[in-house]
Design a binder for this molecule. Structure first.
Ligand code: BG6
Length: 482
């Protein structure tokens, strides 16, 4: 089944940092795929802007190589690739200086959608915003796209918000959290609000607990200097896991409108309890079997930064009081597996007797790999011999359900097209980001104050043993990472 392609208006998309890692791995391949699907209308242009002294032909050759290296699907069709490269332009530009800005302004067309993608470090956001304003490019309909990390803590996030607000209105600012662009993450909203089955049960009365897992097999690789300053709490929990938590826990928005959705997410973040010291476990991967340890990879033998974190958090509102949310994420774990598991409470009374083998109903939403959903339900084991109960999985793989040739778009494909459409629903609002930092900051401050040492864990394991205890002591268990 082919995905339905909804056309967008012609656009000029300028990518600052067009030769950087993110542009190569994510942004350019995503644009190519949308072009190949016929979603980029004729006359649209992607304009690279970076320090490298390319001319137009040089940039096109660069992107050609990038596509060969970074497209994880079939090699691009030569005709489509040529047409895509034809839609590219380039300006060599100095973000903090004067070079290139007049040339860029001359390229901009007044009658098409205009977006600037800041695929650069946050230290350049201010300079870019200022120069866009000074050169008359920050028109009222202009959109800017900014990447995470959006700040290092509440203070820096506030300063960044203020810098951007000096030149752009909130409705023009698209803060990316690429988890919101993942198909299954959006499906969370469809599951909750397009079915009557779950919502009546979606509260502390019927849900025992929720587990959110984002496990990775990769280590920090070449991102050591950034990662060692950030750690799993800033890199993953403050943004990606927080967004997942919000989508599970929020009240139904009155409509699927950017502010209606973001208002509800913000209320969840504000209702999060502070996390007690004993409700959080930090880990750091050791080396072993030829694999480098975290300390080796970041080249900092004294680092106290966590590459793993597991925590338990409550939400103080009427819907969730009494239902803990357990979150965990880490690098160099056993498998790449991200999922949300909602475990329901036991029925109030068993008509099958006290000894009946009982397994709670669990709804598992798999984000990656093999996107899909599983609902574990109790049935009678077939055959004579009395009423024996058994739990089985009602399993749905989206690839199977929708057809194997259905291409599930990468998060960036969806998000970039949403920028062009002017739809901010899947982007974080400034107050949301600040609220998330306000919750995260005291946890990190406590670690720093006490020089907390992360627990070592074996690469290829499911994290430090102490994380198991976090659930065991509550009479619960983490789901296996596989
Ligand atoms: C990024 C983090 O935001 O998300 C990385 O900075 C992490 O450390 C990545 O590896 C995970 O994204 P995904 O889409 O591969 O789950």
């Amino acid at each position: 089944m082919a995905a339905r392609v909804i056309p967008v208006d012609p656009f000029d998309l300028v990518i600052f940092g067009a030769t950087g890692d993110l542009a190569q791995r994510k942004i350019l391949p995503a644009l190519y795929r949308r072009f190949a699907e016929g979603q980029m209308p004729a006359g649209s242009r992607v304009i690279g802007a970076a320090r490298t002294e390319f001319d137009k032909a040089g940039f096109r050759a660069f992107v050609d190589e990038t596509l060969t290296a970074c497209l994880d699907t079939d090699p691009p069709n030569p005709e489509i690739r040529a047409a895509f490269l034809d839609a590219l332009d380039y300006v060599a530009l100095d973000a903090r200086g004067d070079q290139g800005w007049t040339a860029l302004a001359a390229l901009m067309r007044p009658d098409v959608v205009r977006a600037f993608y800041f695929s650069v470090g946050p230290s350049l956001f201010g300079a870019l915003a200022e120069r866009l304003g000074a050169h008359g490019m920050a028109t009222p309909d202009t959109r800017i796209v900014v990447e995470k990390p959006f700040g290092h803590d509440l203070t820096t996030a506030r300063a960044l918000n203020a810098t951007l607000a000096a030149h752009f209105r909130e409705t023009q600012i698209y803060r990316i959290d690429h988890y919101l662009g993942k198909e299954t993450v959006q499906n969370l909203m469809a599951v909750r609000f397009a079915n009557v089955l779950f919502e009546p049960l979606w509260n502390a009365r019927f849900i025992d607990h929720v587990q959110i897992t984002v496990a990775e097999t990769v280590g920090v690789g070449g991102r050591g200097p950034y990662y060692d300053r950030a750690g799993a709490m800033r890199d993953m929990v403050q943004n990606h896991l927080m967004q997942l938590l919000c989508l599970i826990a929020m009240e139904p928005p009155y409509c699927f409108d950017p502010d209606a959705v973001r208002d509800e997410k913000l209320k969840v973040i504000k209702a999060l309890d502070p996390v007690a010291r004993g409700d959080i476990v930090r880990g750091q991967y050791a080396g072993g079997a030829g694999a480098a340890s975290y300390l080796d990879e970041v080249e900092n033998p004294d680092s106290l930064t966590e590459s793993y974190v597991a925590l338990k958090v409550g939400i103080s509102n009427w819907r969730w009081k009494g239902t803990p949310f357990y979150l965990r994420t880490g690098k160099r774990l056993r498998a790449r597996a991200s999922e949300i598991a909602v475990t329901f409470r036991d029925p109030p009374h068993s008509i099958f007797g006290e000894d009946a083998p009982w397994k709670a109903n669990v709804l598992v939403i798999r984000l990656q790999p093999d996107e899909g959903m599983t609902l574990r339900v109790m049935i009678k084991e077939p055959g004579p011999g009395g009423m024996r109960l058994k739990d089985v999985a009602l399993d749905m793989s989206f690839a199977e359900a929708l057809g194997d040739d259905m291409h599930i778009p990468d998060a960036y494909e969806r998000l970039i097209m949403d920028v062009i459409r002017g739809n901010q629903t899947l982007f974080m609002r400034g107050d949301e980001v600040e609220a998330a930092w306000a919750w995260t900051d005291p946890i990190i401050a406590e670690w720093q104050k006490t020089a907390d040492t992360p627990r070592p864990y074996d690469p290829g394991s499911s994290g430090p043993d102490d994380a198991l205890m976090l659930m065991h002591r509550d009479g619960r268990r983490w789901r296996e990472i596989r």
